[in-house]
Design a protein around this ligand. Sequence first.
Ligand code: NAD
Length: 487
Amino acid sequence: MSDVLDAPTRPAGLNYVGGAWVPSASGDTYTRTSPMRPSEVVGEFSASGEADAEAAVAAAAAAYAGWAALPLAVRGRYLNAAAAALEARGEEIARDMSIEMGKPLREARGETARASQILRYAASEAYRPVGEHFEQSATGAQVSTRRRPVGVVALITPWNFPIAIPIWKLAPALIYGNTVVLKLAYEAPQTGLHIAAAFAEAELPAGVLNILTGRGSTVGAALVRDPRVRAISFTGSVATGHGVRDEATKTGKRVQLELGGHNPMIVLADADLDRAVEAAYAGAFWSAGQKCTATRRIYVQAPVYDAFRTGLLARIERGRVGDPLDPEVEVGPIVNESQFDEIVEAIERGKRDGGTVLTGGERADPDGYLIPPTVFEGVADDAFLSCEEVFGPVTSLYRFETLDEAIERANAVEFGLSTALFTSSLVAATRFQKEAQAGLIHVNSQTAGAEVHVPFGGIKSSGFGPHEQGHAAIEFYTELVTVYIDP
Ligand code: NAD
């Protein structure tokens, strides 16, 4: 492993601005430690501030005209080259991800592979329409629409998908001709800096992509305020996202927010129970439940409730909790001490509110921030655990009688990100896709997971603005103009 970690391509914890690796203007750095072994240092990273945001936006603004003038297919070549560069160091990136934010290696590998797929998908957008053609009504002369880039865009990303989320924002931003300043999450800088290394290797023109590390409240807020930034795409918590939106719209920016979720799964009595149990386990506990699409509530129809509960508890017994670098481990640590403490407190609150812990609920390692899969029962529909996002491996079981009741209770939260129904009834599945209040609707698959070529995003309090990914990303990263051409 050490020869992988010492590879010369490993970024050194500097920012990437104007095509060069640079320290923060103040010279300040911060230390990131491992969530599995908190006494071990992962690395030193630039604690960027306002001056760094200013320099990155200036570099992006200077690069804009040249980049926007290139044909889409030429821009796409850089994305394909960066995809290949990421693939070449895929194992190193996956390991860095596991070490710095605790994602189990098996999922970190998958996420890293997905980053390259997203880049390749976005590059293929070069061969799709960028407008529509009409006739003027009086003369038949040409009138058409055309998509044009927005300008400099700032991307603010969370730690829980430290390569996929930055890439699924920057890939469409770049292919459509924008230049980018990407602010990486404070807790997962090493993974994101590999993106800069890959684009440097792809010989992307200087300033087209700039990547900064540091605190959201300093460097992130400076990007949100900067009037030269024309659009902000943000993924993170509801409170921070709403603050970002309110500040950004003061200077007329377009804003896209992907926020939290409280994702329900419904199991009908006619479902394949083994499949439902497996999906519940993966949806609630992989990545230690640190996914916006993780399964937080599981509604099970009364005739199969006991069998489902027995099956889920048996599956938890079989699952491996521990060091995320162990390829067999399915549930790794919580990202840091403060998130760990919040989850422990939420578990205590769930008990105080009358819930019963069927399994888990206790710290699972003296050093690492490990919480084993935790299942509650008997939690009231209006209790904290049933309504508020707890970003950890905690889920609750609820018994229901009818599909009407299940859909109503599943919809009764402020969030609307993802939802799943397990059934063999076409009638139930058809109703569910019409009535479920979520941007992502699954029938017989887990609440988490996203394909690269289709839209991703929430409704209700889970999102704001156009959705991400697939061809839908063109909405946010371009402006639509209408062109009348009279001969
Ligand atoms: P967070 O809101 O704390 O931080 C997100 C990003 O915003 C980070 O880069 C942070 O540094 C930055 N930031 C913080 N304060 C800022 C400010 N004042 N101005 C500008 N930027 C600022 O979220 P997190 O803890 O990193 O991520 C977890 C949350 O993200 C969860 O709520 C989860 O549900 C959500 N999430 C949503 C999706 C989705 O697509 N819907 C995906 C992943 C995570």
